[in-house]
Design a protein around this ligand. Structure first.
Ligand code: FES
Length: 575
C-alpha cells in the first residue's frame, strides 16, 4: 500500500475480496446500500465514528460534518462508512458521563476491530468523547485521526459575555446570595449556549481537544476552530482526506502516541491553564499506548511551563477569542523549545514543524513567555498523609491566599449529606474551614462525578466569602474554580485516609510545597481504620458491576485494568 493506484493488501479486502459465499454476502449487502463495486473494491474503508445524537447538543452539527468528512474521504479515493458510537452527552448523563468513558472506548475498539475498517475518523469533543474515542482507537491499532467538534460561540445575555459553566457557577452563587432573581436567570439560560459546539471556556472539552491536537492526533490547528465557523467544515473534509492517506502510509496511533507526544500534550495543558480532568484522561490514554506517563510528570512539566492562554476560568477570554488570536498553533509556536521536536503528528511531520511560524494576533489572549498569565502551569500535584497516592489542584483558579492554609475539617459523608447540610444555618463552618467530601471517587461516586467544587455555605456567601479550601476524591468541571483539591487517591471508598477524616481535624494545604496533610497522629488513624467498613457496592449487575470490579484509581487514569496496553487482540476470523 503506497498510493491510490496501489491500494492492495487492505484489511477490508478480507471481507469483500475473496470469491466465496461469505464475501458474496458482504458485497451484496453493500449493493443493498446502493453502492457499486467501483465505490468500495480496493478502496481504503474509513469508519467515521460519530458521537453525535439528539442528546448531545455539543455535537448537533455532526449531522453535517459527517457529510463533510465523507466528501474528503471520497475525494481521496476512500470509501466512507458512518458508524454511530456512544454519544456521552455531558449535560444530561447521570450519575456522570465519566462512568461511561471506558464503555465508549471499549465500543470504539470493538467497532473498529469487528467491522471491515482500514482507518478511522473519530468525531468527538464533548468532554469524555475525546479520550474515549482516542483510547479505543489506540487499542484497536488501525490508522485514526481525530476530528474535534470545535467550541461554541461566546455566550451572550443582558449585555454581557457568558462563559460555559464558569458564568453559571458565578450566577448561581449570586442567586443563592439573593443578588439576582428568577428573571435574570431565565435570560442567562437563553443565551449561555447559543450555537453548536462544545463548552467554550478552557474546560475539559477545550483542554482535551487541544491536548489531542498536541498529541498529534488532529490536523494542525483543528481544535481551535469554532464549530459554527465555515473553516470547521473545511477542516472536517480535510480530515477525511487525510484519513485515507494515513491508511496508505500505515500511520497508526502507535507511531504517533509516544512519550514525546504525551510530554507535548501535558505541556500544552499546562500552557492553557487546562482542566484537571486532563490529568486522568491523559494518564489513561498513555497507559493504552504503553507510555509510562505518571502523575509526577504533570507536576514536573507544569513547573517549567507558564500559562500563556488567558481563557476562563483561569483568565478572561473564551475559545472564540483564542481562535481569532491565533489558536493553539500560535500558542505552541510561542512555547518554542518547550515543544518536543520528536513527536510525529497525523500529517507525518513533527508538531514543532507544524507550528513553526504560526502567528499570534492578540497578545492579551495568548500571552508572551515574558509576560505570562501565570509563571507556571495551572495544575499542581499534591501528596501527603491525606493523599498518599496523589491529588491535584488547579492553582490558577483558586484564591491565592488559600494556597497555603490550615483549617478544621467539615466532613460530608457523601453528596446527599452535603446537599442536605451545606446551607444549614447551624453548620459549624467559617472562612477557615476545610470542606471535605468523601465517597465521590471512581468507586464511591460511582464514576468520580464533578462534585469537587463543593458549593459554599449560604451563610458564608451572604458574608461575602467566595472561596474555601475544599478536599474530595471527586473530579471538578474544567469550567469550575476555587481552592478545590481533587482526585485524592486512594479514594475513600477504597479505604484511603480521606475515609477517616473527622469534623474538626486540622487539614493543611501547602501548594508551593505540594503537600496535603491530615494533622492526626498515626496511632489515632490506626484506631479509626480498625473501625472502618467499605461502603456497599452501587451495582449488582451490568456495566456498573463490571466497572466497579476493574476500575483503576485516579492517579492511574481510571481505566478498566484489562483494557490497558497488553498483548494484542487477534484479528477476527472471516468465515
Ligand atoms: Fe459538552 Fe461541555 S457540555 S463540552
Amino acid at each position: 500500500m503506497g498510493s491510490e493506484s496501489d491500494d492492495s493488501g487492505l484489511r477490508s479486502e478480507r471481507w469483500w475480496g475473496p470469491d466465496d459465499l461469505r464475501s458474496f454476502g458482504h458485497r451484496s449487502r453493500l449493493r443493498q446500500l446502493g453502492y457499486t463495486p467501483g465505490d468500495f473494491m480496493g478502496k481504503p474503508v474509513i469508519g467515521i465514528l460519530d458521537t453525535g445524537s439528539d442528546i448531545n447538543p455539543c455535537h448537533q452539527h455532526f449531522r453535517q460534518r459527517v457529510d463533510d468528512v465523507k466528501r474528503g474521504v471520497w475525494q481521496a479515493g476512500g470509501f466512507p462508512l458512518q458508524m454511530p458510537a456512544l454519544s456521552l452527552g455531558e449535560p444530561f448523563q447521570k450519575p456522570t458521563s465519566m462512568l461511561y468513558r471506558n464503555l465508549l472506548a471499549m465500543e470504539v475498539e470493538e467497532l473498529l476491530r469487528s467491522y471491515p475498517v482500514d482507518g478511522a475518523v473519530l468525531m468527538g469533543g464533548c468532554d469524555k468523547t475525546t479520550p474515549g474515542l482516542v483510547m479505543g482507537a489506540t487499542s484497536a491499532g488501525y490508522p485514526a485521526i481525530f476530528m474535534p467538534a470545535g467550541p461554541m460561540l461566546r455566550g451572550n445575555a443582558r449585555g454581557k459575555v457568558l462563559a460555559s459553566g464558569t458564568s453559571a457557577w458565578r450566577m448561581w452563587a449570586d442567586r443563592r446570595a439573593g443578588v439576582i432573581g428568577r428573571e435574570d436567570v431565565d435570560q442567562i439560560e437563553q443565551g449561555i449556549a447559543r450555537s453548536p459546539g462544545h463548552c467554550m471556556t478552557m474546560g475539559t472539552a477545550s483542554t482535551m481537544t487541544a491536548a489531542t491536537e498536541a498529541l498529534g492526533m488532529t490536523l494542525p490547528g483543528a481544535s481551535s476552530i469554532p464549530a459554527a465557523d465555515s473553516r470547521h467544515a473545511q477542516m472536517a473534509s480535510l480530515t477525511g482526506r487525510r484519513a485515507v492517506e494515513m491508511v496508505r502510509e500505515q500511520l497508526t496511533p502507535a507511531k504517533i502516541l509516544t512519550t514525546a507526544a504525551f510530554d507535548n500534550a501535558v505541556t500544552t495543558v499546562a500552557a492553557l491553564g487546562g482542566s484537571t480532568n486532563a490529568v486522568i484522561h491523559l494518564l489513561a490514554m498513555a497507559r493504552r499506548a504503553g507510555v509510562p506517563l505518571t502523575l509526577d510528570r504533570f507536576d514536573e512539566l507544569s513547573r517549567r511551563v507558564p500559562v500563556l492562554a488567558n481563557i476562563e476560568p483561569s483568565g478572561e477570554y473564551l475559545m472564540e477569542d483564542f481562535f481569532y488570536a491565533g489558536g493553539l498553533r500560535g500558542l505552541l509556536a510561542r512555547l518554542g523549545d518547550l515543544v518536543s521536536a520528536e513527536a510525529v503528528t497525523v500529517t507525518g511531520r513533527s508538531l514543532r514543524d507544524e507550528v513553526r511560524g504560526a502567528e499570534v494576533f492578540d497578545d492579551a489572549v495568548i500571552r508572551t513567555l515574558d509576560d505570562p498569565l501565570w509563571p507556571e502551569g495551572g495544575i499542581a500535584v499534591l501528596r501527603g498523609s491525606l493523599a498518599p497516592d496523589g491529588a491535584v489542584i488547579k492553582q490558577t483558579a483558586a484564591a491565592p491566599e488559600l494556597l497555603v492554609h490550615t483549617g478544621p475539617a467539615v466532613v460530608f459523608e457523601n453528596y446527599d449529606d452535603m446537599t442536605k447540610r451545606i446551607d444549614d444555618e447551624s453548620l459549624e463552618v467559617g472562612p477557615d474551614s476545610v470542606l471535605v467530601l468523601r465517597n465521590a471517587g471512581p468507586i464511591g461516586g460511582p464514576g468520580m462525578p464533578e462534585w469537587g467544587q463543593l458549593p459554599l455555605p449560604a451563610k458564608l456567601l451572604r458574608a461575602g466569602i467566595r472561596d474555601l479550601v475544599r478536599v474530595s476524591d471527586a473530579r471538578m468541571s474544567g469550567t469550575s474554580y476555587g481552592a478545590c483539591v481533587l482526585h485524592v487517591a486512594p479514594e475513600s471508598a477504597a479505604g484511603g485516609p480521606l475515609a477517616l477524616v473527622e469534623d474538626g481535624d486540622l487539614v493543611t494545604l501547602d501548594v508551593p510545597a505540594r503537600r496535603l496533610d491530615l494533622e492526626v497522629s498515626p496511632e489515632e488513624m490506626a484506631r479509626r481504620r480498625s473501625a472502618w467498613h467499605p461502603p456497599a457496592p452501587h451495582y449488582q449487575r451490568g456495566w456498573g458491576k463490571l466497572y466497579a470490579t476493574s476500575i483503576r484509581q485516579a492517579n492511574e487514569g481510571c481505566d478498566l485494568d484489562f483494557l490497558e496496553a497488553g498483548e494484542p487482540t487477534e484479528e477476527p476470523a472471516i468465515h
